[in-house]
Write a protein that binds this ligand. Structure first.
Ligand SMILES: [Zn+2]
Length: 246
């Protein structure tokens, strides 16, 4: 975290938000539930060390609608500035599969899993689970199976619009996630077409996330993301850390 702050200062960023993962589906070895107190201590240490940088706290919930009690406990554990809701995994039969693994499945199974992903995302948005922003709306595009036709937003327009409609109704923010800026616009979740739909449909606001995971990737792709979000019709706020609104 301290190295990410150093990188933010180097880039001349006014601030940084650490949206720590809170996942309960154990996909990666050694993955632990989020330690809220430990995390907030680390944020505080960064704030002490980097006085000129505004440091926001936050969480990215993975499938919080599957874990309502665990999610509520995290929210009760301390003040978190940014609360993201996301889906990484789907249930296929008795299995739980992360979207990064869809590409290792036969094409027809992978396509079903992708449809299931969007259905699960709609379930999350329709759930009473508390979060403010919807993270990486079309995450499976990052790990697109090579034997499927290339991902095109218009091929999933019905699914995506259903999610956006539900998100707009509950006043959610849509995250423009740059996937670390790695791979350009093709890997933005979501891309420019969906951001435009969001604006057309009355979506209130957009947040920016680089999903960095490493100090080198902090704010990766933000220059291009700013252009795309502005082209979609959203306007910067006076405060550089605030959401962009319509
Ligand atoms: Zn995520």
């Amino acid at each position: 975290m301290e190295r990410s702050c150093e990188r933010a200062v180097e880039l001349g960023l006014p601030g940084i938000a650490f949206t720590e993962h809170a996942d309960w589906v154990a996909i990666h070895d050694g993955q632990r539930p989020m330690d809220v107190a430990g995390y907030l201590d680390a944020v505080e240490r960064c704030r002490q060390r980097f006085k000129g940088l505004r440091i926001l706290s936050g969480v990215e919930f993975g499938e919080p609608h599957w874990f309502p009690e665990e999610s509520a406990a995290i929210l009760a554990g301390g003040k978190l500035d940014r609360v993201l809701g996301s889906v990484h995994c789907v249930r296929i039969g008795s299995e739980i599969i992360d979207a990064s693994e869809f590409r290792f499945r036969p094409a027809s199974e992978a396509m079903n899993a992708i449809k299931e992903y969007f259905r699960e995302m709609l379930d999350l948005v329709d759930s009473p689970q508390h979060f403010d922003a919807l993270a990486h709306l079309d995450y499976p595009k990052r790990y697109w199976p090579s034997d499927l036709p290339l991902y095109r937003e218009e091929d999933f327009e019905e699914e995506l619009r259903a999610i956006l409609t539900a998100a707009q109704k509950r006043g959610l923010v849509l995250e423009a996630n740059t996937t670390r800026g790695d791979g350009g616009e093709q890997r933005f979740c979501p891309g420019r077409k969906v951001l435009r739909w969001w604006h057309e449909m009355g979506g209130e606001a957009v947040s920016f996330g680089s999903d960095a995971h490493h100090p080198e990737a902090v704010a990766g792709g933000f220059k291009l993301a700013v252009e795309i979000v502005e082209a979609a019709g959203f306007k910067p706020a006076k405060d550089p850390l605030a959401l962009w609104r319509r």
